[in-house]
Ligand binder design. Sequence first.
Ligand code: ARG
Ligand code: ZN
Length: 497
Amino acid sequence: QVTPPAASAAVACPPAPAGAPATGGGTTAPVTFEPGSAGIGDPYYPLDGNGGYDVQNYDLDLAYDPATDVLAGTATIDLVATQNLSAFNLDFDTRDAAGADSIVIGDVRVDGASTAFSLASTQISLVTAQPVGDGSPDAVAEPPRTELTVMPATGILSGTELSVEVDYAGVPITIDDAFGLGGVLHTPDGMVPVGQPRAAAVWFPSNDHPADKATLTMSMTVPIGLDVIGNGVLASTVDNGPTSTWTYVMDRPMATYLATAVVGDYDVQTTTVDGVTYRDAVAQSLYSQGTLGADARTALDLNPDVIAYLSSIYGPYPFTESGGIAVDLPDLGYALENQTRPIYGFIDEPTVVHELAHQWYGDDVAIERWSDIWLNEAFATYSEWLWSEDHGGDTAQQIFDDTYSLDASDPFWSVEVADPGAPRLFDNATYYRGAMTLHALRLEVGDPVFFGILRGWAADNAGGNVSTAQFEAYASAAAGTDLSGFFDTWIHSSVKP
Ligand code: ARG
Ligand code: ZN
């Protein structure tokens, strides 16, 4: 076993990598290589993501057996070093809450060569000093975050492209925390990888933070007869006899938490409308539970109409694929905006509108830091209000007024929307005060400017990452006036506006 370099230790004069400048000439400073940091720099989740490189593509070649819950195969991560690296980390939560290995790593290769690696687990506790908005706890015990440190034999120069392969096998963990269930949920006939902010690192080694988006190819081999539903285009299905291999390609950059590979017995229907291919899956087991299956199908059938409606407001749908996956997990309690294919733990019309709106706001335009979660949730929630108004339900103004009627002493008003604190990422304030902020902005700047802001924000930041400060600047520029006072009142304050 090899001891990893200490996180802060610079490694001077490692074996010179090919192409490294000569260091013996006297006038050239020696090239130094340092380990990439164990986190990408997000204060809410300090160990999420990593420093020193940028992932370009994940290629997962995996097999899953529902009889044993074992997931096994190889993840290939194409990355570019952004500093001179002596070592670098991947997030890979291979240990359960008791510290036991749930997944065992067989081999790690860098550009084809077996490479030393180590694993270090840290207990995560989410704490905040902020007041409670909707009853979420102040501190939340999480299963440990495990860092996989890869230690190549020679230093890696900044700008170098690397291909990192990780072979692994095991039963991925399920996370049960204040945000509910997440990670990999095992069902009688399959699995559902789902969660936010933690999900990806439970089933594949990754730079697990939305700030490092990457494309994804996911191949999953399962017992014959089961379905696999992933992100993007279903590129191929291969019948291997006792098994079948399904390959999905997500060719636009994606935040890691949006990746999925749902396995099980599903009723899958596909249709193509206006150049978008819809793949809508309903867990077969829902059909034997009253009207759950039929209701899920009815809701998913709304997808093309919802995309048409949202496109008319926000601009072209960012992807060529869409759909949704209604899973049979009564305890999940939420839906998630997985890129091109949201997962529904429950499903109804507003939820479909919400998750599809996230395809613009949250997915194609992703946040740079988790504190900016309102840039996802407020936009998706306000989309529900717009849909309601357009479809004979309450108007956006009525929903705003209802929420505004909450007494000033209600803890709802105490959560700062643009910085809710890690345990309150999904506080009601993120959704409702956030959506109220958008409605108030609409009243402040008028409809033409407001809808121009929403459209332009999606178009100008397509495929990228954004921050609250950028949105404030963008809105102010569009309105031709400094809106910082407005935003201070609505999203940087912990009292009722
Ligand atoms: N982003 C999801 C939504 O569409 C919420 C996810 C909540 N996450 C969780 N782990 N409970 O609103
Ligand atoms: Zn949402």
